[in-house]
Design a protein around this ligand. Sequence first.
Ligand code: SF4
Ligand code: SF4
Length: 428
Amino acid sequence: MTEHGVVGFTGPDRPDAAIYDTCIRCGLCLPSCPTYLETMTETSGPRGRISLIKAVGESRLDLLSPGFVEQMWECLDCRACEAACPSGVHYGQLIETARAQIQRVKSSEQAPRSGRLRRFALQTLFSRLDLMRTAAVLLRLAQQTRLTAFAGLVGAARAAQLAPKISREFFVPRDQHYAAAEPHGTAFLHAGCIMQVAFAGVHRATVRMLRHGGLNVVVPSGQGCCGGIALHAGEMEFARELAKRNIEAFERSAADVYVVNAAGCGSALKEYGELFAADGDWAERAAHFSKRVRDVTEVLDALDLGAPARGLDAVVTYQDPCHLAHAQRVSGAPRRLLGQIPQLRLVEMEESAVCCGSAGIYSLTQPEMAARLQRRKIEAVIRTAATVVATANPGCAMQLAAGLRDAGYRAGVKHVVELLADAYAPES
Ligand code: SF4
Ligand code: SF4
């Protein structure tokens, strides 16, 4: 025990020494790290954070020392460093387990009340999607009556500003089955949490495109939240509870592929195998499940879509969601798909793969850094003169829309699959 009382990592879900010892301190990851680019400070970059994790792992630094805790939460968990690292340091494992260690100690010993309250709020919202839908109905009412203008009075101005426009009709998983004309397989559609209430149109566009490509689509009711937000918040046990639902729902469905259209969810779903690696009962099922998860752009890129029914007259720039480009290493498929739409001019923005500052609930927990990264991204968008910003993740869409609004720049924000559906399978 030292000044703050906790030395080293303990219990399950520890940062793996075999991973942090792989770092050769070359610094090649630094130019990819958004917080390093903004601060030019060693501790605000991946190499500095890995050193801090190693120091705690070797009991040279307290787990709850302010500098360590601050850096574990200033990191966006965007994984850009991981994609850039020539030594193959699996940084995502390090940051997520370091946070899990902090959260476990905080909620059990140091600050039991606030820790438990936070956990309760997280668990209620993401395991009870019926409650999330009720909250979304109330938010939609507030948005329609412009009551959100008063959010500042109750200290929720930032949340109201970032909140997505709630969909008129939700997309709730209720064992729907959408048949393709000449099917050659069946896709399980992951409905997610926020996607069902605020991006229902993206799900409908996904169904249209998958059917157009010859896949039946099923939306089983037993599925739920992917657990990504819980993972990033250091709540690994809760993430495992959520993951089990999706694994079981997919096994019951007998679908060929598990399709996801939210990059953050896709990354979490593809890593269930690692999440359960030490669990004898679930390891094999989780690994089998993860092998069948695909982002919708990967699926569509591999299908014969034929020629689009119509072109789209737009200047489009594509924002790489971190958890698609870095965690899943998917960046070519969305661009290839957009490039096939007649009249659409695809213009690359600078730093497309640098995080926009959304990163799950980061824009709420680290508002200053999130706002800096948001401005950096919007300036890059404006330089392209785009009329549409395409992306593939709800968090990015919300952050981009709010940033464009603040900057007074008129451009739409669309999911790639919405643009594809407009061109290939327009609604009659
Ligand atoms: S690129 Fe990899 S090995 Fe080099 S400093 Fe970054 S994490 Fe370490
Ligand atoms: S995950 Fe992102 S923010 Fe965190 S250290 Fe790596 S590049 Fe930087």
